[in-house]
Design a protein around this ligand. Structure first.
Ligand SMILES: Nc1nc2c(ncn2[C@@H]2O[C@H](COP(=O)(O)OP(=O)(O)OP(=O)(O)O)[C@@H](O)[C@H]2O)c(=O)[nH]1
Length: 580
């Protein structure tokens, strides 16, 4: 692609939440998104020696990028995500629209949220809502390359105006180039001041049509279900401009919105169909799972036989549980599906394994040899996801964290602040932390339930702080630990091996010089060679010339024997630790 590897890695990480080193593989969808982001046009083909995966790819995933001919395209309903500041009424608005607008005569009625639903407006048009309010879910989907949303409805409480998260939502939508329709909510409240809201929004380049701009604004009371028809009309007006179309007459493609297990059915995944029509019996791939459509249910739980573009549908028939944001693609046959998922599972395992080793540490050998040539230190980073109570504190903390460093002759460890946001820790923070093995720092903020739950499941650490020095102290400690994982106990000193005596049955004795502190018989030791731990054990024998001694201090020379270790080399460091 004529692109610098580091740029590609950076794009993957920052824009897609994918942590991969230069030598790791990514799946085809991801590669396509990246290539296109770098201004390249992707044409898929088969490589003859690619063990069948590529051949399968041509049959299947070629669909992911091929263009539908203009004449095949038919109008489709808009897909809407609701965002807004906490407590401005996202959930209430979604519920109000759903209860007022999902035709009550529809079979099944609405019993539960499935992640998405479709409403029919007074004028008989349809609008699809993604039912996971918030920009966290939106960002997460986008991070995975799934652009499911056509229009963002930004909820702003009329009595509270533009707040921190309102701004974040505006930024998120703009970044994704998704148009915004504003819903000024809580119009029933005595303190409602929609004019103020409109004024504030102007500061963020959102100019309402009332003022001659192009942003549609609906005034609603989610609580009283007032203004909903008008809001839906405004959404449709906005959608009209977008001329949303899709080809319904092809193999279906979409994105998984939400998935879980249901008794008697196995995995049920709410999938938003984006083009084509999904039918019973279709064979599909979604992320690392595949299946054959056994059952389709609409958003009310009623059974249907097919689902076209912009329709949210519950799909039964998966062999595993896909993830939210996974791309869903119908393929020609079972064999294709198996081939693709097999290779994806393999990739997933490889990537996980590589991540577990901590990419850089895993390559330590190669890096060390390179390092000896050019004298450069190996650099390691502690990824950090930061959340603070205000933009000032977030910025200040982020820059202080960036200055922290833990360094010795071989390693240099610094912080990499991946995100520095304001407000509580969300699901998407945890998603980012998950892929990057990051430590989550909360400064004067909490994490929401979902985030805590996800963190627990993903074994992601969240640190809660309210004093700046505590943050810096503890992160410094973490950096030190990464640079040099310590054995149990407190460091008391170290010696360096100068000469090795091989004495028959006694074994190897390391003639050493104590460099600092003291070395003590019985203490825990670890032997360091070129910055790496080669052995951990106990200091078994300590001799001053021929006499056994308890301890030797800096500046003296001694003979050292370590339990279960003979393989000393000149230059090794022997570090001593004692239990407190
Ligand atoms: N008076 C009035 N209260 C409303 C209206 N819409 C929502 N509320 C109230 O505002 C509070 C927050 O509403 P939610 O729908 O939970 O807000 P949210 O934005 O979904 O909040 P989070 O999910 O916590 O981000 C609740 O107490 C609602 O009853 C409205 O139109 N009028």
């Amino acid at each position: 692609m004529e692109a610098k590897p580091a740029e590609v890695v950076k794009y993957l990480m920052i824009n897609m939440g994918v942590m991969a080193t230069v030598t790791q593989s990514v799946d085809a969808e991801t590669a396509v998104v990246v290539a296109e982001a770098f201004g390249k046009k992707v044409v898929r083909g088969a490589l003859p020696d690619d063990d069948g995966v590529a051949a399968a790819g041509v049959a299947n995933m070629g669909n992911a990028i091929d263009e539908d001919p203009e004449e095949s395209l038919l109008p489709r309903p808009p897909v809407v995500t609701i965002m807004g500041h906490v407590d401005h009424g996202k959930t209430t608005l979604l519920d109000a629209i759903r209860s007022a607008k999902v035709a009550s005569g529809e079979a099944g009625g609405i019993t539960q949220s499935i992640g998405a639903y479709q409403v029919t407006t007074a004028s008989g048009q349809e609008v699809t809502f993604i039912d996971t309010p918030g920009h966290a879910a939106f960002s997460e989907m986008r991070a995975r390359g799934a652009n499911a949303t056509d229009v963002v409805v930004l909820v702003v409480a009329a009595d509270d105006g533009v707040k921190e998260q309102t701004k974040e939502c505006i930024a998120t939508a703009k970044l994704a180039s998704v148009p915004i329709v504003v819903a000024i909510n809580k119009m029933d409240k005595p303190g409602a001041d929609p004019a103020r809201v409109l004024n504030e929004l102007m500061n963020y380049q959102l100019l309402s049509t009332e003022f001659g701009g192009d942003v549609e604004v609906g005034k609603v009371s989610a609580k009283n279900k007032d203004g909903l028809d008008d809001l839906l009309d405004k959404i449709l007006l906005q959608a009209e401009v977008l001329e949303l179309k899709a080809n319904p007459n092809r193999a279906a493609q979409g994105v998984v919105i939400e998935a879980g297990m249901k008794q008697g059915l196995g995995t049920v995944a709410t999938t938003l169909i984006q083009r084509g029509t999904l039918k019973i019996g279709d064979i599909f791939v979604a992320g690392a799972s595949w299946g054959k459509v056994r059952l389709l249910m609409n958003h009310t739980g009623a059974r249907i036989t097919e689902a076209g573009p912009s329709t949210p549908v519950q799909v039964v028939g998966f062999d595993g549980v896909p993830g939210a944001g996974d791309v869903f693609t119908v393929v020609d046959k079972e064999e294709t599906a198996r081939t693709i998922t097999d290779s994806r599972r393999k990739l997933l395992r490889e990537n996980q394994a590589a991540q577990m080793q901590g990419d850089l540490k895993g390559n330590v050998e190669a890096i060390l040899s390179g390092m000896l040539e050019d004298g450069a230190k190996e650099k390691m980073e502690l990824p950090i996801v930061l959340r603070a109570d205000g933009p000032g504190s977030a910025e200040a903390l982020a820059s202080s964290l960036r200055e922290l460093v833990s360094e010795d002759e071989y390693f240099k460890v610094t912080c990499k602040v991946l995100t520095a946001g304001v407000g509580e820790v969300t699901k998407s923070d945890i998603a980012i932390a998950g892929v990057s093995n990051a430590y989550v720092v909360c400064f004067n903020v909490a994490a929401n339930h979902q985030a805590v739950e996800d963190a627990r499941r993903g074994d992601i650490e969240i640190g809660y702080y309210n004093v700046v020095y505590d943050v810096l102290d503890q992160v410094q400690e973490r950096l030190d630990r990464i640079r040099s994982p310590t054995p149990d106990g407190v460091y008391i000193g170290r010696a360096q091996v100068k000469v090795i005596f091989s004495i028959g049955k006694v074994g190897n004795i390391a003639g050493s010089e104590v460099l600092d502190g003291e070395v003590r018989r019985g203490s825990n030791v670890r032997i360091m060679r070129m910055g790496r731990v080669v052995h951990e054990g106990a200091l078994k024998v300590l001799k001053n010339v021929k006499a056994d001694v308890e301890a030797m201090v800096a500046g003296t020379e001694c003979g050292i024997q370590v339990s279960d270790f003979e393989d000393f080399q000149e230059g090794d460091f022997i570090e001593c630790y004692i239990d407190e």
